[in-house]
Design a protein around this ligand. Structure first.
Ligand SMILES: [Zn+2]
Ligand SMILES: [Zn+2]
Length: 697
């Protein structure tokens, strides 16, 4: 049996190691002062690191044998500052139970612009839209990342690059789903819209989405503009009339809207039994309900009977040539996501366009302005995209400067992938048919689906996090935004997962970003009386840092110009990592004793990197940037092409409060349990199949 090492033996070993460290430390400082070559300095640095590790091992051994005692204590030779938190989560000192900065401090984030912005001559004029979320539901995280949040990141980025931008969104309020919801809740359709419009607006505001206008489609402007576009289409002879065989449910005594019919998909090789009247979720084909094999009324299950009704069709075949030409042009000039190109070109245009019905036998919609059709309204997919225009018209009377100005305005649209045909084919075709000189889509960014813990979000089952619930977790908006954007279903579906959520918060936001920012600010506060110290001569290390940061900055700009959010966010986080490594290597907590001037330079560089990070991360986490800038008493700045030092020596910062906190495993488990949902719910008919990222019905 081996004899246990005594406390005295441990102390002796420690002393030897610490003495060695002191010698290396001295050597290091001398080499630095003498500007010795890098290899020599690195060698000493390695010996220091080595020593540090050996001490750590010794400490650990000691603790195992003598858990009540502390090794070293007062005889410690190394400077106290070595205890500064380092970028490892287990050593992270600043751990707070609650967030120290209340959200109320941030009234500036997520507020609509007050004076309407109009296109100007000497700038890029960028008109950004997010597909309009359907009003009858509370949006879930998949809906939020699918369009509204992605478009917000892009809009913020464009503003920070100095472009002239408006971001338009709002709720899509017409259609059968609203009528049904009204019946369920014992309200009129407009009461339902009023209620849920408010819910949507509050959720997006909480997430910090900064619209220039968040409007709605049930406005007078919508009626005026949609009817005018329709009348122009009629005048230009792009309408066809057809008598349709429609499904009528004798039990419900009404024509069944597309979504109220289900049945087997008629497409060869598909045969999905739960296809919806308007679309098959399995093969993606758009359907006509009459085509369904074995149709059934979704409300009562009765087999509906075909009846006849006369409808108006948009003559898409006559527009095909122009549309083809425009699509190729737009793809070459703008940025189209891969799945929008393949859906538009390889599916829709390749298969050839068919006339498309734009009227419906409903009450809740924009009325068709013709006597013969006065009982009918526009089909929601003719009507809803016109919402972008009418919402802009509710923002400014001079809306045509945005929407009828194709040479000076770029239209960038964000949506879930299921909305592609409507934005790349039907909406542009409708505008073309109306004959005006419209601003048509320039770039399109689409998302796939976000799942929740390997299943679908479901309001009726209570599975997944819906907008208002995110707020009630007490986790601030920037953490949610970061997680959703880092996991944006950009090229394939992605999954919301609590474990991953915790890991991203704890390892990336807290240990990387939060740690770097807080170390710089706190050190400045404690050691330099909250004053940004002077910049001395830049060393090779500093130059390397600048070069590496500029490389990341280039990637960041290149990717975000293309609306590639994951890659640009990674580049921004890499900048923070470079900052951490820099501090780690320079060890300002040592330099403050040994070389205060150099220490000042390191902090000057560090604080300027923090400033750069507030700009790079503002599109992703505006609340984060706002909080840091407030602590630094600085204004927002634009995203530069190259890193320049904007924070001058002598500038005084106000505070150094940690922005992120650790989310504990226990909390994550509790959240996972809370949002797991119940197995079954009473047999309420669900109107819209809750599928992530799909918005407008
Ligand atoms: Zn029925
Ligand atoms: Zn199918």
């Amino acid at each position: 049996m081996e004899c246990e090492k005594t406390k005295e033996q441990f102390a002796e070993d420690l002393k030897v190691l610490e003495d060695g460290q002191a010698v290396f430390q001295k050597e290091f400082v001398e080499l630095k002062k003498a500007k010795a070559d890098k290899a020599k300095i690195d060698e000493v640095l390695n010996r220091l690191k080595d020593g540090k590790e050996k001490i750590a091992v010794l400490q650990k051994e000691f603790k195992t044998l003598y858990p009540e005692d502390t090794l070293g204590g007062k005889t410690k030779a190394k400077p106290k500052e070595k205890k500064e938190p380092v970028a490892k989560k287990e050593k992270f000192e600043v751990e707070v139970e609650t967030y120290t900065l209340p959200e109320e401090l941030l009234p500036g984030v997520g507020v609509e612009s007050t004076n309407p912005i109009l296109p100007v001559d000497d700038k890029r004029n960028i008109l950004i839209t997010s597909s309009l979320p359907y009003v009858n539901n509370v949006p879930h995280l998949g809906n939020i990342i699918g369009c509204v949040l992605s478009a917000d990141v892009f809009a913020r980025y464009c503003r920070l690059r100095g472009h002239n931008v408006i971001y338009i969104c709002g709720t899509d309020e017409y259609g059968t789903a609203t009528e049904t919801k009204a019946l369920q809740e014992g309200m009129t359709p407009i009461e339902v819209c009023n209620k849920y419009y408010k819910v949507h607006k509050e959720i997006y505001e909480w997430f910090g989405c900064q619209f220039d206008k968040f409007g709605r489609t049930t406005t007078e402007q919508q009626t005026t503009i949609a009817q005018q576009i329709f009348l122009d289409i009629q005048k230009n002879d792009y309408l066809l009339t057809k008598t349709l065989e429609q499904l009528y449910c004798p039990t419900c005594a009404k024509f069944l809207a597309d979504r109220f019919v289900e049945g087997t998909c008629p497409k060869e090789g598909c045969g999905y039994v739960d296809a919806r009247g308007d679309q098959c979720d399995q093969c993606g084909s758009l359907l006509n309900p009459i085509e369904l094999v074995n149709p059934r009324c979704k409300t009562c299950g009765t087999t509906p009977e075909p009846r006849f009704s006369e409808h108006l069709f948009l003559d898409l075949p006559r527009l095909e040539g122009r549309l083809n030409e425009w699509v190729d042009n737009s793809i070459s000039q703008g940025t189209w996501s891969q799945n929008s190109i393949s859906t538009t070109k390889d599916k829709w245009l390749k298969e050839g366009l068919q006339p498309r019905c734009i009227t419906r036998d409903l009450k809740w919609g924009t009325p068709v302005p013709l006597d013969k059709y006065k009982e009918k309204v526009f089909y929601v997919w003719f009507d809803a995209p016109i919402g972008y225009i009418s919402i802009t018209a509710n923002y400014t009377d001079e809306w045509e400067k945005w929407w009828k100005n194709p040479n000076k305005v770029e239209l960038h649209q964000f949506m879930g992938k299921d909305n592609v045909p409507f934005h790349c084919v039907i909406f542009p075709a409708s505008l073309m048919a109306s004959g005006g000189d419209w601003t048509l889509l320039h770039s399109i960014s689409t998302t796939e689906y976000l799942n929740y813990e390997n299943t679908q979000f479901s309001k009726s089952r209570g599975t997944g996090v819906f907008g208002d619930a995110a707020k009630n977790t007490g986790i601030p908006a920037e953490v949610w935004r970061y997680y959703l954007l880092a996991n944006r279903p950009e090229t394939s579906d992605s999954d919301f997962n609590w474990e991953d959520f915790g890991a991203k918060n704890n390892n990336e936001l807290l240990a990387n970003l939060g740690n770097f920012v807080n170390r710089c600010l706190k050190f400045t506060k404690d050691r330099f009386a909250s004053t940004v110290p002077a910049l001395g001569q830049l060393t090779e290390d500093d130059q390397t840092l600048i070069k590496e940061v500029d490389e990341q900055l280039e990637i960041y700009v290149k990717e975000l110009d293309l609306a590639k959010m994951k890659a640009s966010l990674q580049a921004a986080m890499h900048v923070s990592r470079l900052g951490n490594n820099y501090l780690q290597k320079q060890e300002p907590w040592v330099l403050i004793k040994t070389d205060p001037q150099r220490c000042a330079t390191v902090l000057h560089v560090g604080l300027n990197l923090v400033k750069l990070l507030t700009a790079l991360l503002e599109p992703f986490m505006p609340h984060f940037s706002e909080k840091v800038l407030r602590q630094m008493q600085l204004d927002h700045s634009q995203i530069p092409d190259r890193w320049t030092f904007e924070v001058p020596a002598g500038h005084v910062i106000s505070d150094a409060v940690p922005i992120f906190r650790q989310i504990k495993e226990q909390e994550l488990k509790e959240f996972a349990r809370r949002f797991a949902g119940k197995q079954e719910q009473e047999g309420k008919a669900e109107v819209v199949k809750p599928k992530a990222a799909s918005s407008s019905a």
